[in-house]
Design a protein around this ligand. Sequence first.
Ligand code: TRP
Length: 454
Amino acid sequence: MTAQPQQAVSIHGAWSGRLIFILAAASSAVGLGSIWKLPYIIGQNGGGAFVLVYLGCVLLLSVPLMMAEIMIGRRGRQSPVNSFAALAIEAKASSKWRWVGVLGVLTGFLILSYYSVIGGWVLAWLVKFPLGLAPAADAATAKVTLDDFFASPAEIFGWHTLFMLVVALIVMRGVERGLEQAVRILMPGLLILLVVVVAYSAMYGNFSEAVAFIFTPDFSQLTWNGVVVAMGHSFFTMSIGMGALLAYGAYMPAHQSIAVSTVWIIAIDTLVSLLAGLAMFPLVFASGLSPAEGPGLMFVTLPVVFEAMPGGIFLGGAFFLMVLFAAWGSAIGLVEPFAAWLVERGASRVRATLVLCAAAWALGIVTVLSFNILAGVQVGGRTLYELLDYVTANVLLPVGGVLLAIFAGWVMKDTRVMKELAMKNMGLYLAWRVAVRVVAPSLILVVLIVGLLG
Ligand code: TRP
């Protein structure tokens, strides 16, 4: 590192360059949400119309809110809790705004608890698939393999433990050494492999039916609940609403464009998401699987494709490795804000990380058991995992989004915000301002209220 940025840097460290910030934020965004979750919720919610709503949310909500969240972080230069607190003081507003940060770090903690369990599945397939322990000669076989796996709490728990241990090790090392090294190779490798898988899936599966399913909107298939899920996913997949990007923004170089970075991050995540859908659905339609297969979708489709390709053992291994790295990159983003807050309160980084990861690991047991022993325990027709996922992604993140939009749009001084965003195009700045002040909060509230009540 040569020149120090003029603005004070965060006590937690700083990204060593512009590209690193984008890579880090993109690796928080690109994760299980894009590759594992989006395809299965597209399937559960009827395809094209759901995708259209999701893409609309990305454009109308993700873009302005991501800018707002990064902006708050870079101006605050601290954890979400203390950045909100400091900026509230700066704007002479109520110190209660710090609770938005608290809500965020708690939401991240809840997400981490189940995220690590799913990350563990990827780890399991990375090991089992190349060894021939996850047979997937056809979709039916792959499904039996997965069902056997789900039936064993001890096994799921073991992989979950391993996944979380690595997360703790990376976050413990801190911003420069831990986070950066983990993200440098990930994104290009993942993209290349995804393209290869899509190509094979197109040859092996029913590509035209998959494309029609994903891209032809049939609004009779769309429910209000589907709209809530699509909106929730636009937050989840972009890591918006709990302070992950806020924390990463706190380590961002002072003169980097927030708008340009945002466009990059969103473009990368959207590309990966659509490729993931195109990788899986051709097989779904070719093999008679149901698109509404649910959380196991990735694990019953992709192994079949890999078994069928020459060198597929090797490619499959490489693919699960990339997904695993993507999941780790995202999990780190879930811990970092809370860890940074504890460090600001006087804990050592190592201790903060260990306590948090241990607590989320313990809570993860609920998710582990919800696929087997506690599968019958349901609230409103949802298993405990489904409930955790629903409440965090579809309610808590959007609520966090409303609050941060109001903070950036109404509480912070216009001159401050303008200076921090430093956008050259005044028209675009005004459009952003209307989006965070009016469009985003009202849209989110309408969807939530209608969706949850009716
Ligand atoms: N975006 C990640 C994914 O798609 C998950 C994630 C990481 C996340 N950090 C987050 C979701 C913060 C919400 C908030 O897999």
